[in-house]
Design a protein around this ligand. Sequence first.
Ligand code: AHR
Length: 499
Amino acid sequence: MPFQARIYMDANRKLGEISPLLFGGFAEHLGRCIYGGIYDPASPHADEDGFRTDVMQALRELNFSIIRYPGGNFVSGYNWRDGVGPRDQRPRRRELAWQSIETNQFGTNEFIQFCRKLGAEPMMGLNFGTGSIQDAADLVEYCNAPVGTKYADLRASHGFREPHNVKYWCLGNEMDGHWQIGHLEAEDYAKKAHEAAKMMKWHDPNIKLVLCGSSGPGMPTYPDWDRITLEICWEQVDYLSMHYYAGNPHNDTASYLAMAVQFENHVDTLAAVLRYVKSKLRSKHDVFLSWDEWNVWYKNHVSQGGWTEAPHLLEEIYNLEDALVVAQWMNVFLRKCSVVKIACLAQIVNVIAPILTTADKILKQSTFYPFMLFRRFAGGSSLDVLVQCPKYETKQFGDVPLLDVSACLDEAGGRQAVFAVNRSQTDPAVVELVWQSGAPSVLDEVHQVAGADPKAANSFEQPNVVTAKKLPSVPVSDARAVVELPPLSFTVMAASGSG
Ligand code: AHR
């Protein structure tokens, strides 16, 4: 049975500016993300620098604004000096986090080239496991200092005379996790982060630092780790990292499709910690959230490489329900845009990724499409929409609205968009969109990801089972429009500004 719903929008009810850095990605030396994914000089698709052109083309469609690198768990055992300079002199190493062989043929300079080719901002992770504060400061000098001193000259000798000017730096990765190489207690981590931050900002006062937050709400230290480390490092840092991976391990699709409730709680908790610490310290400084690892990940836990190069690790296959969870996550980024300023989809190729490769082909997974649509249509200000719709019952979150919605308005460009997930597995929604101010004349860009089977997935044999389809324009009259959203669907209804 169809259900009725109404979405009210008002150009005057703005939640804040949508940071372009909310559309970031994460690329780790893990499995086939770098080698055999992004970088494969032996491939017939490789460009002059060894990047796979077919992969680059797909990444351009996702148009990542910022890319975090080189880890992840990998970074906590990584010596950045191994990955720079003449390739034939770079060491092969046993990489402990993923028990793989690291050839170091791809390193800092290749990563910067990769980002420049994509037009993405680099976000550099630092080794806080086996690495020292001196190693961290030296890497800032290597990347950002003008020539004339040891590490800047080393960079120049590697072919990069001009500084890379890397602005965003992560002070370690998941340092509260027992699985992390060099795992630390909160106070010990915070003291190290504080001293590293001082040295790094003395090298370059323009950099922005991300403090390593707790690895997730399931951690016993959450959210005390965040409070303690912020209290020590508040004035030195600009962002607090958050990580979370969602899943449907018990095949409870009703609850899984309500995951946005959990994502919002996670943000609200950490936003409260930020407010508390700022008040306690009587600070004028602000720290924001960097959700720099987020994705669905629960099906594939093959994480040990058996000491081989580029093993097949964490190659998760995504289906329709996963894509609907990704869409809700991005709705949450828009709704929480006043505090979440950076977000990185983990990861970008092969490893828990929207793109899979074989030696000569690529596959766009279901999750590719919601990300692509948000990247294309989300911008300007996020709007505080009012949604009236029935609720449904879930085991995990109680009663939850059947629709999950966000909206944005780019007044300068005359563009706006509504992003809506219909969580119902059986019923279409008949939705009336009502503008209290700022109505467009037509919704001329309507795109939808939908299907009858929540488990439907793309494969190399059948690559178009779950994709985004462009639908006919929807007329707006008297500041109202009516659309029908099928069950298990994600729909973008946008006015391009040209209509
Ligand atoms: O993205 C895969 C891994 O998940 C990362 O290396 C780590 O930071 C997290 O636990």
